[in-house]
Design a protein around this ligand. Structure first.
Ligand code: NAD
Ligand code: ZN
Length: 246
């Protein structure tokens, strides 16, 4: 499953960085985009998840997001999310980078999260940029409006939009400085996140992938673990703790 070498390296690691994708939430029941049961089979996200679509038909876009929010609101973190929250406490430096917008890492207890694609449970004003946190979300409200009168949109990164610069910079810095880098449940095709494991490897980190199948980066990593993240991660954490350490 995983090597003794990995366990030993984790016991000595000072800096660990983790990149997660939709796969970490699959066992919670959040559909992945490219999986068999993916959202892309039912919808065409490129038609909905972009600013032009929102300007043209905000009601339709909001309907889609309300559907996705409800779906995400009903699911819970799985043992993979909890294991990562535990890992945050185990290492002197731990950076969690996610492409997910589902908020499940936070619900599981992870405290510092670099959200590269935003968070579906937040809204943002298109005019004044004010952020409305998850508590304010009313699932039934069709077209929420900001206090300034501007339209609110989900605080996620849409097709054609830039990733949040600060989060991206911190993510690359963590990849460059870490001793061990994990790429978990991501198909590793969406840039620039897909470059993070490669960058880490070039800078000398031990790079580990956890996925149910091989991906585009499998042959570049030091260790490719085939299996469900909700099963592998808790076992790995247990093993590292058992064998003494940190
Ligand atoms: P992706 O759908 O491209 O790939 C998911 C990967 O997870 C696949 O490689 C699959 O083999 C793997 N996987 C599935 N079940 C797994 C499991 N139990 N354990 C380990 N791996 C498993 O997802 P991605 O790489 O994150 O694609 C990025 C885009 O999809 C991002 O833009 C992201 O915002 C968006 N997205 C996010 C969510 C979410 O927030 N949960 C859901 C769907 C899509
Ligand atoms: Zn506003």
């Amino acid at each position: 499953m995983f090597s003794t070498q990995l366990v030993q390296k984790l016991q000595q690691a000072q800096k660990v960085a983790v990149l997660t994708g939709a796969g970490i939430s699959a066992e919670s029941g959040v559909p992945t985009f490219r999986g068999e049961d993916g959202l892309w089979n039912k919808f065409r996200p490129e038609e909905l998840a972009n600013f032009n679509a929102f300007q043209k038909n905000p009601k339709l876009v909001w309907e889609w997001y309300n559907y996705r929010r409800k779906l995400i609101h009903e699911v819970k973190p799985n043992p993979g999310h909890y294991a990562l929250a535990e890992m945050e406490q185990m290492f002197p430096h731990f950076t969690l980078i996610t492409q997910n917008v589902d908020n499940l890492h936070r619900v599981a207890g992870s405290q510092i999260i670099l959200e590269l694609h935003g968070n579906i449970m937040r809204n943002r004003c298109v005019d004044c940029n004010k952020i409305y946190q998850e508590v304010k979300i009313d699932f039934n409200q069709q077209m929420p409006v900001c206090r300034c009168g501007g339209q609110l949109r989900p605080d996620v990164v849409w097709f054609g939009e830039m990733l949040p610069e600060d989060a991206l910079l911190c993510a690359f810095q963590a990849a460059q400085e870490c001793d061990i880098f994990f790429s978990i449940g991501t198909s590793a095709v969406v840039q620039p996140a897909a470059s993070l494991p490669i960058e880490a490897r070039e800078r000398g980190a031990y790079v580990v992938e956890i996925n149910i199948e091989p991906t585009a980066i499998s042959r570049y990593v030091d260790e490719s673990i085939i299996g469900k993240s909700g099963e592998i991660l808790p076992l790995l954490v247990k093993k590292v703790k058992e064998t003494g350490l940190i």
